[in-house]
Design a binder for this molecule. Structure first.
Ligand SMILES: NC(=O)c1ccc[n+]([C@@H]2O[C@H](COP(=O)([O-])OP(=O)(O)OC[C@H]3O[C@@H](n4cnc5c(N)ncnc54)[C@H](O)[C@@H]3O)[C@@H](O)[C@H]2O)c1
Length: 350
């Protein structure tokens, strides 16, 4: 494989266009092929790349080392499986697929082929999130007790296409959509949960999927988390995550990007408070929009992806296929809990 990884992009819509821009900005990547049902959209997103009307032809192309799949979720499994079988590394957008079974088939295909499969959990690369994760991992706020996370946007007012709230396509509502990012972030902080309890309601939009999802998680060590995903956050897209240890707390907030770290010398003891602001990011977003933050996270994620595919060290923030599967399992376990009013035990990872 050459020094620069040659990428094919399938799906050049809202997110695919930002993926194309991130690939163009990345020193270790070259965008050589693009596919979208809309040829004009594909060519406008990736004017230098070869256009394939049929995504399967892109998958088979000899000069493509890795593929980004940024289509609606039902295509994630067939394209990821075909790409792995063709020996390509894959980064698939979230949610990994609509069902855990589909995710598992994707994992098995990549494992059989010996290729890399990662999931686009780029929120791990938001500056405030990186800070909070590093504080938690350093032990500076002591032993983690609980993590509280929230994500919301304005639902139907936000969606550009009906598939985005179609149960068959997405596998669910708020928890599978914006919720999947904070489910992943919570796991990124507390480790793997074993139990899930939750609620999923649709009192606001009545769309057949939840516009409000609440998941409670617990790990085998007893660390707990509460997650809320909403489609009636009338102030617009935002999320936050707060990690509580026995000697402090760390909180990341977006948007605007902010973080707070409180450290105690002992439980209930004297405290120091650090507040982190990200004026550059805030200003950049005012001028260039939220896409300017997302593109930066995509560039960092791509650097890790290329390093991981080449067996080289990387930041460790990359979300691998098992992370994608677990996020889908947790959302689906919340739906099962809503239906049965019982706590759901998660299966072992494959
Ligand atoms: N990482 C994030 O923060 C984030 C945010 C929003 C959406 N997403 C995910 O990104 C993916 C794409 O979402 P989007 O908002 O860009 O949707 P979109 O509708 O804007 O783009 C999807 C594109 O896929 C194309 N497409 C559909 N079928 C195709 C096929 N058979 N071959 C080639 N192209 C095909 C469509 O023509 C369209 O251009 C979804 O999985 C979504 O959940 C990720």
């Amino acid at each position: 494989m050459s020094e620069v990884m040659r990428f094919g992009l399938i799906g050049a819509g809202a997110i695919g266009k930002i993926r194309a821009d991130a690939l163009t900005k990345s020193n270790s990547c070259e965008l050589v092929a693009v596919s979208d049902l809309d040829g004009a959209r594909a060519r406008s997103a990736a004017p230098e790349a070869i256009y394939y009307a049929d995504a399967n032809e892109l998958v088979a192309a000899k000069d493509v080392d890795a593929i980004i799949i940024s289509t609606p979720p039902p295509l994630h499994e067939p394209l990821a499986v075909a790409a792995a079988s063709a020996g390509k590394h894959v980064l698939v957008e979230k949610p990994m697929a609509a069902t855990p079974d589909a995710c598992e088939r994707m994992i098995l295909a990549a494992r059989k082929a010996g290729t890399l499969l990662t999931v686009g959990y780029n929120h791990r690369y938001f500056d405030a999130l990186k800070l909070v994760r590093d504080v938690v991992a350093s032990g500076d706020i002591g032993t983690l007790s609980h993590v509280r996370a929230y994500t919301g946007h304005s639902g139907l007012a936000e969606f550009k296409a009906p598939w985005m709230y179609d149960k068959e396509v997405m596998g669910g509502g708020a928890l599978m959509d914006n919720g999947t990012h904070v489910i992943d972030l919570v796991r990124y902080m507390i480790g793997d949960p074993t139990e899930v309890f939750g609620f999923a309601t649709n009192k606001v939009w009545k769309l057949g999927v939840e516009d409000e999802g609440i998941a409670l998680l617990r790990t085998a060590e007893g660390t707990t988390a509460s997650i809320e995903a909403s489609w009636h956050e009338w102030r617009g897209y935002r999320f936050h995550i707060e990690a509580y240890g026995d000697r402090g707390l760390a909180r990341a907030y977006y948007a605007p990007m902010m973080a707070t770290v409180v450290k105690l010398d002992k439980p209930g003891g004297s405290k120091s408070v650090q507040r982190h602001f990200y004026p550059k990011a805030i200003l950049r977003e005012k001028v260039k929009g939220w896409q300017s933050t997302v593109i930066q996270t995509f560039v960092e994620e791509l650097a890790d992806f290329v390093a991981a595919a080449n067996g080289k060290p990387h930041s460790g923030r990359l979300a691998v296929a098992a992370d994608g599967l677990r996020a889908v399992q947790i959302a689906q376990a919340t739906y099962a809990s809503e239906a049965t009013r019982d706590c759901v035990k998660l299966p072992a990872l494959p």
